[in-house]
Design a protein around this ligand. Structure first.
Ligand SMILES: NC(=O)c1ccc[n+]([C@@H]2O[C@H](COP(=O)([O-])OP(=O)(O)OC[C@H]3O[C@@H](n4cnc5c(N)ncnc54)[C@H](O)[C@@H]3O)[C@@H](O)[C@H]2O)c1
Length: 380
């Protein structure tokens, strides 16, 4: 019998959006046991929530520093092995740094840090350790996204020539026009969120997805962001032109003021022989477009899918799986890595993906602030 991986959680309390996704995802492949953590900065809320989800109070801590100190005193066979960081963005870096320094593997929410410099610092520490570090770009776990990645890699659509990623939400619309609500939203506060709201929060998903499915690195970008009000320092909308090269180009369109939109994330990649198109709100359908042929719609779990896509679904065709399952595939990838069972490129997004995400955010803001100029995505 395999031992379950002992998992700690920072953030993701009962009041959070993403906590339940991680808790359910970590349980789906029977590989993890949640041991404890810090779910809330308020200790009484923290204990209350831990009890609600049936955890023993012994391993519920005041803060991450106390948690690390106490866990290190335990025998290695009892100690947390992996810690998930699900807090607002500004806490990712100090938490991840201390965890890595003390030899805990990490599953970190995106964006990985609030600056590229912090991301580089984590990279340095990570390189000196033999640990696993994942960044939860959740949508890369969908079976039809993994199918898209494999089809592009196998040349099914030919050489990529046009990319178009759209990530539209509308939830900031009622907030941006109300200064009280605006001041209470951490994603619109630079000290909690970083230098960008929309591009940091969802543009970064689109950027990671683009590099994930194409297997190529973006070379240059030009961005035009919208802050809507002069006294608002955080973008809520942006259009970013992308160049892989002089001959391979496209666009990332991200908005949190696309009124009425929910989580409309669309990925479209066009090659010389055909195109592939996927929508997050209907994740079990992958459209394969070709010239002069009828549209083909691929679905999960069938033998015509790649092995990587097939390990990313748990039920026979026709039983819809969704975002919990997608996140679970990332947790499963981390578990397979830790157990030496990982087979495919892209089973979980890595620290390097998180680092490139931070480079993208900084360069998108730089390009806008420069007066919408082309900026290279290099590390200097
Ligand atoms: N991968 C995705 O698709 C996805 C979706 C939503 C959010 N996120 C990311 O997840 C993170 C959290 O987002 P959210 O929407 O769940 O935020 P949220 O505000 O809904 O929840 C944040 C949680 O962190 C807890 N917290 C705050 N300070 C803490 C501290 N010092 N110690 C311990 N816990 C603390 C809060 O109590 C709360 O439970 C963000 O980085 C966000 O970008 C990712």
């Amino acid at each position: 019998m395999k031992n379950k991986i002992r998992l700690g959680i920072l953030g993701g309390g009962g009041d959070s959006l993403i906590g339940i996704v991680h808790r359910i995802a970590s349980s789906m492949h029977d590989s993890y046991e949640i041991i404890g953590g810090v779910f809330n900065p308020d200790f009484s809320e923290n204990i209350k929530f831990a009890k609600e989800i049936g955890l023993n109070e012994d391993r519920i801590y005041q803060d991450y520093e106390e948690m690390i100190e106490a866990e290190l005193k335990l025998d290695e066979s009892k100690r947390m092995e992996v810690v998930s960081i699900l807090t607002p963005n500004f806490l990712h870096y100090p938490m991840a740094k201390k965890l890595l320094e003390n030899n805990f593997s990490v599953i970190c929410e995106k964006p990985m840090t609030t600056t590229f410099e912090e991301a580089q610092d984590l990279e340095q520490i990570y390189k000196s350790k033999n640990l696993t570090f994942a960044v939860t770009y959740t949508y890369t776990g969908y079976p039809m996204i993994r199918q898209m990645k494999e089809m592009i890699n196998d040349g099914v659509i030919g050489e990529v020539q046009r990319v178009d990623l759209q990530y539209y939400q509308g939830w900031i619309n009622p907030i941006i026009h109300d200064s009280v609500k605006r001041s209470k939203t951490w994603r619109l506060q630079p000290d909690k969120s970083g230098i960008s709201c929309c591009i940091g929060d969802i543009g970064t998903h689109a950027f990671d997805m683009l590099e994930y499915v194409t297997g190529m690195e973006v070379q240059e970008l030009l961005s035009d962001l919208n802050y809507v009000y002069d006294d608002n320092s955080m973008d809520v909308d942006g259009t970013i032109l992308i160049r892989f090269s002089d001959k391979i180009k496209g666009v990332i369109r991200a908005s949190q003021i696309a009124t009425g939109e929910e989580n409309c994330f669309t990925v479209a990649i066009y090659g010389r022989k055909g195109g592939l198109k996927w929508q997050q709100e209907n994740p079990n359908y992958l459209n394969h477009l070709s010239e002069g042929e009828p549209l083909k719609v691929l679905k999960p779990g069938h033998d015509y899918n790649s092995d990587f896509s097939k390990i990313s679904t748990k039920l026979p065709p026709g039983h819809p799986e969704g975002m919990f399952d997608s996140m679970a595939n990332i947790y499963n990838g981390v578990a397979r890595e830790i157990r030496g069972e990982k087979e495919f490129t892209g089973e979980y997004p890595t620290l390097n993906d998180g680092l490139r995400g931070m480079l993208f955010i900084e360069k998108a803001v730089e390009s806008h602030n420069n007066g919408n100029t082309w900026v290279k995505l290099n590390r200097d």
